[in-house]
Design a protein around this ligand. Structure first.
Ligand code: AKB
Length: 336
């Protein structure tokens, strides 16, 4: 059975990924997080560990597991990273390096490369004006890689680091040529889950608006109504990780892939929320700094490479995400 390590297992993606692994039943899951996992989540893992990816001794202690795959979800998101940039760098960059080095040793011991699944982000983009953002449309993986946030800088560096560790690390050593890391990354848009609410991100306005309406609470959106960035329903985010992990290595022409689903403005999200919850109280109170961050992110992504190389296709467009996933599921979350 494939043994997988999931870091940041208690976070939003971790919740959905662990439940997908439970349904698949084909992996031995080692779940780790900085904080204790909720009992319901912990029950989905075979091994539960509490620890910090930035703690090199803790990460090195994971070397005794026969890891086949790592899903490295632990990170500080964009808004949190701006509040504590040095902590963000330590967790997002040093934490990733600690894990990659540990995986390399596991791979050398077992003579088998470790698949390293990395959630990157649209925050790697840094488009410098709204005019340029509008003119750019759907951006490819290689455009506008000049992020203005610590999180974006950390993620774009880790994308490069993962490629380097896979292809060149140890090129002048005795281990030269041994394949130890098989790094694969998706650039996530803002993810919207029906069952959890994010914290510390700058795309959080969409899920916050939907969850506030479901709870019957007023919501003041922190970006302008015309703000447009890509979003995705959480089940598609998990599907992307699993599909990329399953793709034959010879089909992959890149290590980092854009993945798209829908790209609404905040006003379009509001319209969808209002059609499900006509009583919703939604206002706009743009936060200048958070607005400036999302204004540098692309309005849409070109995900042709993912579609071609590993058959990426989202199951949920915006209507389906609301009508068949978010609204029916959110109702049952808040009725409990
Ligand atoms: C954030 O807002 O920081 C994240 C992201 C887009 O990566 N949700």
């Amino acid at each position: 059975m494939t043994t997988v390590l999931v870091t940041g297992a208690g976070g939003e993606i971790g919740h959905s990924l662990l439940s997908a692994f439970q349904q698949l039943g084909d992996r031995r899951v080692i779940a780790m997080d900085l904080k204790p996992l909720e009992p319901e989540l912990a029950a989905m893992a075979d091994v539960v560990l509490q620890g910090d990816v930035a703690d090199v001794d803790f990460v090195n202690s994971l070397e005794s597991y026969d890891l086949d795959e790592v899903y490295h979800l632990a990170a500080l998101l964009s808004t949190s990273s701006e509040k504590k940039p040095d902590v963000a760098h330590n967790v997002n960059v040093n934490g990733t390096m600690n894990l990659l080095m540990m995986c390399r040793r596991v791979a050398l011991r077992r003579d088998s490369a470790v698949k390293f699944l990395f959630p990157s982000t649209i925050a790697v983009y840094g488009i410098r004006s709204l005019e340029a953002k509008q003119a750019a449309g759907a951006v490819t993986e290689d455009q506008f890689l000049t992020p203005t946030t610590m999180y974006g800088v950390n993620k774009v560096y880790c994308e490069l680091l993962g490629g380097y560790m896979s292809d060149n690390f140890g090129q002048l050593t005795d281990d030269a040529g041994r394949k130890t890391i098989d790094f694969r990354a998706v650039r996530f848009p803002g993810l919207i889950s029906a069952t959890t609410v994010p914290s510390g991100g700058t795309s959080d306005y969409a899920p916050e608006m939907i969850h506030a309406a479901a709870k019957g609470e007023p919501y003041a959106c922190f970006v302008r109504p015309d703000t447009r960035i890509p979003f995705m329903a959480m089940p598609d985010g998990v599907k992307a990780l699993l599909d990329l992990a399953a793709a034959p290595v010879e089909n992959l022409t890149r290590r980092v892939y854009n993945i798209g689903a829908f790209s609404p403005s905040a006003a379009e999200i509001e319209q969808h929320v209002r059609s499900a919850f006509p009583e919703a109280e939604i206002t706009y109170a743009p936060h200048p700094k958070r607005q400036a961050i999302v204004d540098t992110w692309c309005a849409d992504v070109n995900d042709a490479a993912a579609r071609r190389d590993w058959g990426w296709a989202p199951e949920y467009d915006m209507d389906r995400a609301f009508n068949e996933y978010l609204i029916p599921t959110i109702g049952s979350v808040y009725e409990r």
